[in-house]
Structures are given as structure tokens and as C-alpha cells.
Design a protein around this ligand. Structure first.
Ligand code: PMP
Length: 374
């Protein structure tokens, strides 16, 4: 099989599964229990928490384990609005966010908030200047993704964090498609909230985190026993936390060469696709090399997808979250302004396990399918 849908999810690294199984078999006690096994489980939980915070360069920050980026995004955005409503009701985001941010924004609009959606430019990103121009004394939160899940477009999160340093507005970044793939440090990019999911970098599904400043208070979305600093009740999942820390550590091993290799494969892919007249590439040159999006004309992208499935090659039509809809992709529409182009897209997403042969075989199969059906 050739798996080119790594932006949807990645397989768990065997070493991550091993950590999970080992920890579950041995340290299954409730980490909030006061007896010895409970204390040992708690120790492991805190070790995992400290490791994640440290790997992300987060001195002065803490890691809150969650079920993943969807939960982290909801917790941060709804939490900030609840906490700081007295300071203002204005939020700034972009017109290309993942549904786990965009739907929250829509919900908040229904609750009386005012949301500014900055339009992305030809590079699929917003600029710090756009953010600055949209700020008002009512703005309490700016939320932008780091790497776009459909196009790979990269927002300048360090510069945006910089331009917010003197403003009351807090900055939330949805890092789901960037963490574990691109270099990152909170020391250089001091955002207020960072969300991610471990399954995007060879960790487990249902596992992720929200990183936030140590003193940051947020009203919880889940009420109960007051676990995770009172921000997320429920018995902590120690094995999953340990597995998350392990996956993050592994993702940082050789991150630069892995990224460089993805760049080489992305170039190969771009060159190959440029040779097919029915395809136009949507991902900007500045995008993360792990994601490449293109629009197809004259043949339905689902037909291509199914043709490839016949050869055990797996790609995606849009993002996995949107691929079941028939509506044009709002992200491609925002980038290209072209409804037809936004209706018929393919997304190829790589990982450090993708090889040159994978790309060559994919291009070969794609050309054959296009010739036969196009
Ligand atoms: N944000 C982005 C940019 C994503 O790509 C995803 C996953 N598709 C999410 C948030 C949500 O992640 P999860 O489904 O793991 O909660």
C-alpha cells in the first residue's frame, strides 16, 4: 500500500504503542488516588506533561492533556470568551480555519460575539499587518491555524504573536498540522494557547494537548472532579499521556532532515502534477512540504480517488473532515476565489516514511487513470 493521506492521520509508531501498552499494563492505577500505585501513575503523568512542555520550549507554560485538537480548540476559544467577556466581545480569526475553530466562532457569534475573519492572501496565509489593522479595544482573542490542513499554507505565527504582545488580545494557534513536522519553540513563538493532536505525528488518536501559560485561568468545558488543574475533569489517561510525550519526542528526532526530505518529495510531486493538463496546483510554494493540494478538471476527484484505491494508493479529496460533503471547499475557495476549482480537489499528504518510489508510483498511476477516464 502507498499511504499519502498523512494529514488525515498517521499510523502509530510501534515504539509509541509499546510505551502505551507498557504503561497501561503496569501503571493502570488512578493517578488521583492517594495510594502508592496511584502516586506512581501520577508521577508518570507529570513526567509526560513536563516532557511535552519542555520539548515545545515552554518554560512558563503548562501542558493540559486533552482528546486532541478539536477539544483543545474548543476549550481555548470558548474559555477565553467566558473568562474575558467583560473586556470585550471581539474575536479575530481567518477565513480558512478548520471546522473545530470555524464552528466555534459561528456558535460564539450566535451568543453575541463579533468575529472578524481575515481573508488569506495568494499564499493562503494572513499577515501580521492584517491582524494589527483588525484589532480594536474590544478584541479579546486572535485564533489562527499554523499550517492549513488542506493546502499546507503556513501562517506567520511568530510575527503575529509579536504584534499582539502589547495588546490585551490573547493568541491561540491551532498547531495540528505543524507540530511534529515543522520546527517549533514557544521561546521563539510565545503564543498564549497551542492546540495539537498526537495522531498527526505517529501518536495515538484521541490524544493531544492544549499548551497554555502557567498562570492562565480558563473556565472548564468539562465539570467534575477538577483534574488537569481544574481545567478538564475526568480521570487522566496516563498511558495516552505517556504515548503522546513519546510520539512528540520521536517527531523531534531528526526533524530537520525529515523536513528536507519532504521538500524533495514535494518538488517531485509538483513537477509530476504540473505535467498533467487536467490538474492545477493550489498549494502555494511557501506551503508545508507535507501537504499538496490540487484541483482537477474534466474528471471527478472521487473517481480518481477510487481509481487509486484499486491500486492500493490512498490519497484524499479534501480534508478528511470535509471530504464527505459536496459543497466547494471553503479553504480552496478562499485561496483561489474559484468555486469550480474548490469543488474538485485532491490532497496528497506525506510523512517522513514516504519514499521517492511511493511518489513515482502514485504519479504513474494517476497519469494512467487520467488518461483512461479523463
Ligand atoms: N485542526 C486542524 C488543522 C486539523 O487538521 C485537525 C484534524 N483534521 C484538527 C484541528 C482536529 O483534530 P482532531 O480531529 O484530532 O481533534
Amino acid at each position: 500500500m502507498i499511504y499519502l493521506d498523512n494529514a488525515a492521520t498517521t499510523p502509530p509508531d510501534p515504539a509509541v504503542l509499546e510505551t502505551f501498552n507498557k504503561v497501561y499494563a503496569t501503571f493502570w492505577a488512578n493517578p488521583h488516588s492517594l495510594h502508592r500505585p496511584g502516586e506512581q501513575a501520577e508521577q508518570l503523568l507529570e513526567q509526560a506533561r513536563a516532557q511535552v512542555t519542555e520539548l515545545l520550549g515552554g518554560s512558563g507554560y503548562r501542558t493540559l492533556f486533552t482528546s486532541g485538537a478539536t477539544e483543545s480548540n474548543n476549550l481555548a476559544i470558548k474559555g477565553v470568551v467566558e473568562q474575558y467577556r467583560a473586556r470585550g466581545n471581539h474575536l479575530i480569526t481567518t477565513n480558512s480555519e478548520h471546522p473545530s475553530v470555524e464552528k466555534v466562532m459561528q456558535w460564539l457569534e450566535g451568543a453575541g460575539c463579533v468575529v472578524t475573519r481575515l481573508p488569506v492572501g495568494p499564499d493562503g496565509a494572513v499577515t501580521p499587518g492584517q491582524v494589527e489593522a483588525a484589532l480594536t479595544h474590544q478584541t479579546i482573542l486572535v485564533s489562527t491555524m499554523w499550517v492549513n490542513n488542506e493546502t499546507g499554507a503556513v501562517n506567520p505565527i511568530s510575527a503575529i504573536a509579536g504584534c499582539l504582545s502589547a495588546h490585551q488580545a490573547l493568541y491561540h494557534v491551532d498547531g495540528a498540522q505543524g507540530i511534529g513536522k515543522l520546527p517549533f519553540s514557544l521561546a521563539e513563538t510565545p503564543v498564549d494557547f497551542l492546540s495539537f493532536s498526537a495522531h498527526k505525528f505517529f501518536g495515538l488518536k484521541g490524544s493531544g494537548a492544549l499548551i497554555l501559560r502557567e498562570r492562565q485561568q480558563l473556565p472548564p468545558q468539562l465539570l467534575g472532579g477538577g483534574q488537569e488543574f481544574g481545567l478538564r475533569s475526568g480521570t487522566a489517561d496516563v498511558p495516552r499521556a505517556a504515548a503522546c510525550a513519546k510520539a512528540l519526542r520521536l517527531s523531534f528526532d531528526g526533524l530537520a532532515p525529515k523536513l528536507a526530505n519532504a521538500g524533495v518529495l514535494n518538488d517531485l510531486l509538483r513537477k509530476g502534477l504540473a505535467g498533467l493538463p487536467q490538474i492545477v496546483i493550489n498549494s502555494p510554494q511557501t506551503a508545508s512540504p507535507y501537504i499538496l493540494n490540487g484541483s482537477v478538471s474534466g474528471i471527478k476527484s472521487e473517481t480518481i480517488l477510487h481509481g487509486l484505491v484499486g491500486e492500493a494508493i490512498y490519497i484524499s479529496t479534501a480534508s478528511a473532515c470535509a471530504s464527505k460533503g459536496t459543497e466547494p471547499s471553503p479553504v480552496i475557495l478562499a485561496l483561489t476565489g474559484d468555486k469550480e476549482r474548490a469543488r474538485n480537489t485532491i490532497r496528497i499528504s506525506l510523512s517522513h516514511l514516504t519514499t521517492r518510489e511511493d511518489i513515482e508510483q502514485f504519479l504513474d498511476a494517476l497519469a494512467r487513470i487520467m488518461n483512461k477516464l479523463g
